[in-house]
Design a protein around this ligand. Structure first.
Ligand code: GDP
Ligand code: GDP
Length: 437
């Protein structure tokens, strides 16, 4: 199911990031922190009254050398392209500004549902001053206060009312959706062309239902269906913001969200960079199947151990992706490219693997027999029962006497046992301790 997307638009300083953080709340995870995704976040999952959605703060995509009005127009454009519902944010303290007047008609013309929120209405007097915002022609203004957390509930009620009804899957379940992510110039487009160019039939180009995204569908000769999900830089539309790093990160995150398997592309010529870690970390967090693809392998001068050494560097830099296979390829010489569809299918299957409870519990019992459960302040962790509650990614609940006693290192030990017994190559797995009542 594709989650609806909400974007916040508004001029600098109206309180976009304050509101963004309020709506998203504290959902910071360890890996995200390590890889720097949380630092000035502009894209995150959120939920209101049980409805999940993705939230974008378009203000995070800055183009410093552009004048303010160009920046704001671009942000409005991004919101229109990416979002199902747009929150236009203004501030009662400054009143209706020129910038607000410029953005409002652009948003209105898009035909997307717009919720007009007037921020910094911190007290009852200020709340009575919101009426001038009717002049923007975007309907009812909602007074809110980001810093005091007032009024946001009404805004979110209005937002979720506008979500599209259809939450239908875009493709059938056996269709494998994948994307290629990586910095500009790592060779994503070349890989795409090489993969579909060689021997495979493109079934069709399908225009995305809610967004302008264009997916490429193809079928391998043995009849497997694949959909390649576009990321930034692969189909440029010639917009200024397309070259900003933030925008490409945003597009990568959007593509990851819709993918079953993500090919994390590294440029062998340049080695590993910080930005790689950031988006790859997001794919891991999102529970997607992952293949590390080292491209431009043709440019590397090889001696006996070159590949091994490069692999060790990659393993060292991406320790949290220890489960991901690594493939050394070249989009130019086409070396090993033919292996990709099979690898993608394998990872897809592993991510959908379901393990019988009886077998699972045998593995856990053996693991505990070899390496007894830890104790803390005289209390020992007791494991009663383990069961798989979900696939994609495989998720296990372990019923225990006290979840606090399942330390990270023991959870990791169990994960390694699972991995040694079952084929979870390429997929993250989740182990969740739960107190047995
Ligand atoms: P952005 O540039 O639109 O992302 O704005 P920020 O979220 O960074 O906020 C700009 C400034 O406005 C910060 O100093 C915030 O503390 C302040 N601010 C945000 N929300 C409110 C509010 O509801 N009331 C008041 N008085 N200040 C706010
Ligand atoms: P993208 O920005 O990630 O989509 O990267 P492109 O596919 O546009 O490739 C960037 C540049 O790298 C282009 O000049 C390609 O010809 C070149 N390139 C891509 N793949 C390879 C490769 O495997 N080997 C070599 N030598 N060059 C490559």
């Amino acid at each position: 199911m594709t989650k609806p997307t909400v974007a916040i638009v508004g001029r600098p300083n109206v309180g976009k990031s304050t509101i963004f953080n309020r709506i998203v709340g504290e959902r910071i995870s360890i890996v995200e922190d390590v890889s720097g995704v949380t630092r000035d976040r502009i894209y995150a999952d959120a939920e209101w009254l049980g409805k999940e959605f993705s939230l974008i703060d378009t203000g995070g995509i800055t183009m410093e050398d552009e004048p303010l009005n160009v920046q704001i127009r671009n942000q409005a454009q991004i919101a229109i392209e990416e979002a199902d519902v747009i929150i236009m944010l203004t501030s009662v303290r400054e009143g209706v500004t020129n910038a607000d007047e410029q953005v409002a008609p652009i948003l209105f013309k898009s035909g997307k549902p717009i919720i007009l929120a007037v921020n910094k209405a911190d007290n009852p007097e200020l709340r009575t001053e919101i009426y001038e915002f009717y002049s923007l022609g975007l309907g009812n203004p909602y007074p809110i206060s980001g810093s005091h957390g007032l009024g946001l509930g009404d805004v979110l009620d209005a937002v979720i009312k506008e979500f599209p009804d259809s939450t239908e899957e875009e493709y059938d379940e056996s269709t494998i959706k994948f994307s290629l992510i990586g910095r500009p110039n790592v060779g994503k487009s070349s890989l795409v062309n090489a993969i579909i160019g060689e021997e495979r039939v493109i079934v069709s180009d399908i225009a995305g239902t809610t967004r302008e995204a264009v997916d490429t569908r193809f079928e391998t000769q043995d009849g497997r269906d694949f959909v390649m999900i576009d990321t930034a830089g692969m189909r440029k539309k010639g917009k200024v913001y397309e070259n900003t790093e933030k925008y490409s990160v945003l597009r990568a995150m959007r593509a990851i969200e819709r993918s079953d398997v993500v090919l994390c592309v590294i440029n062998a010529e340049e080695g590993i960079r910080e930005q790689d870690k950031r988006v790859f970390g997001y794919a891991h967090e999102a529970g997607k199947g992952i293949i590390l693809v080292v491209n431009k392998w043709d440019t590397v001068e090889k001696e006996t151990n070159t590949m091994k050494e490069f692999e060790m560097d990659v393993r060292d830099e991406f320790q949290y992706l220890a489960y991901a296979p690594i493939l050394f390829v070249s989009a130019i010489s086409k070396k090993r490219l033919h292996l990709l569809p099979d690898r993608i299918s394998e990872v897809f299957m592993n991510r959908n693997l379901r393990i019988q409870s009886s077998i699972l519990n045998d593995v856990v019992m053996d693991a505990v027999a070899t390496n007894p459960t830890p104790t803390d302040k005289g209390r020992r962790l007791k494991i009663y029962y383990t069961t798989q509650v979900a696939v994609s990614p495989p998720t296990f609940i372990i019923f225990v006497n006290d979840p606090e006693l399942l330390h990270f290192s023991y959870a990791r030990y169990l994960e390694n046992k699972f991995r040694a017994t079952f084929n979870f190559e390429g997929t993250p797995i989740r182990i969740i301790p739960r107190r047995r009542k």
